[in-house]
Ligand binder design. Structure first.
Ligand SMILES: Cc1cc2nc3c(=O)[nH]c(=O)nc-3n(C[C@H](O)[C@H](O)[C@H](O)COP(=O)(O)O)c2cc1C
Length: 147
C-alpha cells in the first residue's frame, strides 16, 4: 500500500530542439506511457509551440532517475526544473502520462478537451493542502501562455 509520504513529484519546462517533429512527440509519449507503467510513474506532458512542460509523480528514486535521463534527451534542451518534493497524493493517478497540446496535429494524443483540462486542474488545486500546487498552477499558466 502506497503511503502518501512515498509520493514524490518533479516538474520542469524545456524547449524542443530545432528539428523536433510531431512524430517525435508521438514516439516520446508512446515510450513514456510504456516505461512509466512499468515504473509506476504518473503525470502529464504538455507540448505547445516547441515548449514542453511535464509533471512526473512516483517513487522518489524512480523520478530522479527518469529526470536525469530526460535531462540529457537530445530532442529538447533548456531543461529547467521548476519544483520537486513530496506530495500528499498523485494528481494524475489515472494516467501513466496524460497529454495536452494546442497543436491540432497532436489532437489524437490529447486526453482532455480544454474545458475538461481546466476543471480537472482546478479540482486538483482545491484538493491540494500542501502548498505544493505551484506545479499545477504553472501547468495552467503554461498552457495559456503558449496558446
Ligand atoms: C519532453 C520529454 C519527456 C519525456 N518523458 C518521458 C517519460 O515520462 N517517461 C519515459 O520513460 N521517458 C520519457 N522521455 C524519454 C526519455 O528521455 C528516454 O528517451 C526514454 O525513457 C528511453 O530511455 P532508455 O533508452 O534508457 O530506455 C521523455 C523525453 C522527452 C524529450
Amino acid at each position: 500500500m502506497e503511503k502518501s509520504s512515498d509520493i514524490y513529484h518533479l516538474s520542469y519546462v524545456s524547449t524542443g530542439c530545432d528539428c523536433i517533429r510531431f512524430e517525435d512527440i508521438k514516439d516520446i509519449l508512446e515510450i513514456a506511457r510504456k516505461n512509466n507503467e512499468d515504473d509506476q510513474i504518473t503525470g502529464i506532458l504538455v507540448y505547445c509551440n516547441k515548449h514542453f512542460f511535464q509533471i512526473l509523480e512516483g517513487e522518489k528514486e524512480a523520478i530522479i532517475e527518469l529526470f536525469n535521463k530526460i535531462s540529457i534527451d537530445r530532442r529538447h534542451d533548456n531543461v529547467i526544473k521548476i519544483q520537486e518534493g513530496y506530495i500528499e497524493q498523485r494528481h494524475f493517478d489515472k494516467w501513466n502520462m496524460a497529454f495536452k497540446s494546442f497543436n491540432k496535429e497532436l489532437r489524437d494524443l490529447d486526453n482532455f478537451n480544454t474545458e475538461q483540462f481546466y476543471s480537472y486542474i482546478n479540482r486538483q488545486l482545491e484538493n491540494d493542502q500542501t502548498g505544493n500546487g505551484i506545479s499545477l498552477k504553472i501547468l495552467a499558466d503554461f498552457f495559456d501562455l503558449n496558446g
